[in-house]
Write a protein that binds this ligand. Structure first.
Ligand SMILES: *Cc1c(COP(=O)(O)O)cnc(C)c1O
Length: 397
């Protein structure tokens, strides 16, 4: 059976160009960039070129890019670095949102246990936090604002430029988890007034296990990993050159084709939202237009998300009910709860995240498959029977 992969927010397939880019660095140019001999220096030059290529895509300087093992590490390092600086100046207030990725939320939890005060802003029913909310929340003792660029479950894109401007004006450092945004929508760290930004290779058709942290010149980083003098002394460990080269290639490709991909994805997204919206007692999660071009997220009343995923998998469709990180746990998505969805509704969620490789035929097939699956599951659900009999009330009209 042909597979239809609609889980690109969890991870993407590496592009052929990224694989090709990686190969010479596995066997030919395998020197350690810290070595003084010529094979080492060849690797060091490649590393520098990758840094420049990534910086060019983000609108920053090469020396402001620090390679990491991925988005999670970049989030951890950004937040812990700023918190440490804050502590030094007696500033222990941190502003974030309730629907961040767990790499951010769990790091903040750790800081809370150490005496920091973490304020999570409301993201409203449309999944957007406003610059005005941030402005209002900033206090003299605020050391950090960390707000994601685009949400990984519902795809909403935050007004990052306005939020960045508010933070810059108040003299508060601003970090954004841009793992879902980079390579998918235009991101320019200077124009967006971003001080620290996290990105991850495997979310834009690069390899897994490699990412980067942008830290504006002058922002002091603290090591998570002590070791050699790699990454300007801020991240010990021999660099993952093959991964870094492939990530640089994937990002360049993503940025070069961004406009064309966005046009295609928007049309597939419109079709999917229109089609799934026809299903009774269904609701789109997140703002209709202020969202990533490839994200579609729905809740269906009277449905168990996990059951839907398994049935869709039988039909060849790879989807998700929320974030890959919450799969396996029975808790509903913290993102959907943050939107104000009740538990029973949050359980019936479906996230379809597209890539430019998907076709219109796949989308047509998916709409039919979801319709059939929802109708089948409702048919065997006692909860649904009670709703139809008027014994309980519909939450989604
Ligand atoms: C995937 C993801 C991460 C984690 O990135 P890894 O490279 O898998 O560690 C962090 N934040 C967001 C928003 C993500 O989607």
């Amino acid at each position: 059976m042909q597979k239809i992969y609609l889980d690109n927010a969890a991870t993407t397939q590496m592009s052929q160009a990224a694989v090709t880019e990686m190969l010479p660095y596995l066997r030919e140019v395998y020197g350690n960039p810290s070595s003084l001999h010529s094979p080492g220096q060849e690797a060091a030059e490649a590393l520098q070129r990758a840094r420049e290529r990534i910086a060019a895509c983000l609108g920053c300087e090469a020396r402001e890019i620090y390679f990491t093992s991925g988005g999670s590490e970049a989030d951890n390092q950004a937040i812990l670095s700023v918190a440490k600086q804050g502590l030094r100046r007696g500033k222990k207030h941190i502003i974030s949102t309730a629907f961040e990725h767990h790499a951010v939320l769990h790091t903040l939890k750790k800081l809370e246990a150490e005496g920091f005060e973490v304020e999570l802003l409301d993201v409203h029913e449309d999944g957007i936090v406003t610059a005005a909310q941030v402005k209002e929340a900033i206090r003299p003792d605020t050391c950090l604002v960390t707000i994601m660029y685009a949400n990984n479950e519902i795809g909403t894109v935050q007004p990052i430029r306005e939020i960045g401007a508010v933070c810059r004006e108040a003299g508060v450092l601003f970090h954004t988890d841009a793992v879902q945004a980079v390579g998918h929508i235009p991101v320019n760290v200077k124009e967006d007034h971003i001080d620290l930004l996290s990105l991850s290779g495997h979310k834009f058709h690069g390899p897994k296990g490699v990412g980067a942290l942008y830290a504006r010149r002058g922002v002091l980083l603290t090591n998570l990993i002590e070791g050699g003098a790699q990454e300007r002394g801020k991240r010990g460990g021999t660099e993952n050159i093959p991964g870094i080269m492939a990530m640089a290639k994937a990002l360049e490709e993503a940025c070069t084709h961004m406009q064309a991909h966005t046009e295609k994805l928007r049309s597939l997204q419109d079709k999917l939202i229109e089609g799934l919206g026809q299903i009774s007692h269904s609701i789109l999660n997140g703002h209709r237009s202020q969202r990533l071009p490839g994200n579609v997220s729905f809740c269906f009343e009277g449905i168990e998300g996990e059951a839907m995923l398994l049935l869709l998998d039988d039909k060849g469709i790879s989807a998700s009910s929320g974030s890959a990180c919450t799969s396996g746990s029975l808790d509903p998505s913290h993102v959907l709860l943050a939107l104000g969805r009740p538990h029973e509704i949050a359980h019936g969620s479906l996230r379809l995240s597209l890539s430019a490789e998907n076709t219109e035929e796949e989308i047509d097939y998916t709409i039919r498959a979801v319709e059939e699956t929802v109708s089948y599951l409702r048919g065997i659900s006692p909860v649904w029977r009670d709703l139809l009999a008027g014994k309980s009330e519909f939450v989604i009209q």
